[in-house]
Design a binder for this molecule. Structure first.
Ligand SMILES: [Zn+2]
Length: 191
C-alpha cells in the first residue's frame, strides 16, 4: 500500500471501535473528498485547543467553564460524570442547576487506571463546599469501584446519591434515552 494511505489507515484505526476494513474505507473517502477532509482536519485542530476547566474538568475555551462561572448555578450540588457526554445529555433538559465534576475515566485496575488518574483530589476540594454529590456513573465494575472510592474519600456528612432504581441493572448512563435519564436523575436515591 502507498505509505501515506497506510499511515492514514493506521491513524484512523486508533479511533475506538474502528477496524482495519472501516479505516481503509474512511481513508479512501477522505482522499476522494479533499474539501470535507480539510474541514474535518481543521475542526480537529480547533477542538484540540479546548482546555479542561480548572474547577470541574469540563471542556472550555478559557480556564473556567461557563457552568462554573454562572452565578445562578448551585455550587453545593456536584454531579460527578465519567465524560462530558453525560453532561451534554443532561444540560439541554434543564433539570439540573448544580455544577459538575468530570472524571474523564473510571477506576480500572485492568486498564491501569487508578484513583490518582481521575483528579479526585480536586473533587474532594470542591466537595468541601457541597451538600450533595450525585454519582452519575455506569452500573459497571469500573463505575461501582469508582463510586465506592469516592464515597470513602468524602466526608461522611455529605449526601451521596445515584440515579433512581427502576432503570435496568448494569446500565450505561449515556445509553439511557432522554426520558429515562431525566426520571432516573430526578428520582435519585441515596447511594
Ligand atoms: Zn467548570
Amino acid at each position: 500500500m502507498i505509505k501515506s494511505i497506510e499511515n492514514l489507515v493506521e491513524s484512523i484505526t486508533k479511533l475506538p471501535g474502528i477496524g482495519q476494513k472501516s479505516a481503509l474505507r474512511y481513508a479512501l473517502w477522505l482522499i476522494n473528498n479533499p474539501q470535507d477532509a480539510k474541514e474535518i482536519s481543521k475542526s480537529i485542530e480547533t477542538a484540540l485547543h479546548l482546555k479542561k476547566c480548572k474547577i470541574c474538568a469540563n471542556l472550555c475555551e478559557s480556564d473556567i467553564c461557563d457552568i462554573c462561572l454562572d452565578e445562578n448555578r448551585d455550587k453545593s450540588t456536584i454531579c460527578v460524570v465519567e465524560t462530558i457526554e453525560t453532561l451534554l445529555n443532561l444540560e439541554p433538559q434543564h433539570i439540573y442547576n448544580g455544577v459538575y465534576f468530570v472524571l474523564w475515566g473510571l477506576i480500572s485496575p485492568i486498564e491501569g487506571i487508578y484513583a490518582n488518574d481521575l483528579g479526585l483530589e480536586k473533587l474532594k476540594e470542591n466537595a468541601a463546599l457541597a451538600n450533595e454529590i450525585i454519582l452519575m456513573l455506569d452500573d459497571s465494575i469500573e463505575g461501582n469501584l469508582t463510586a465506592q472510592y469516592i464515597i470513602e474519600m468524602l466526608p461522611k456528612d455529605i449526601k451521596i446519591t445515584k440515579p433512581a432504581s427502576g432503570i435496568p441493572v448494569g446500565y450505561n448512563i449515556d445509553s439511557l434515552d432522554k426520558l429515562t435519564l431525566q426520571k432516573a436523575f430526578q428520582n435519585r436515591v441515596p447511594y
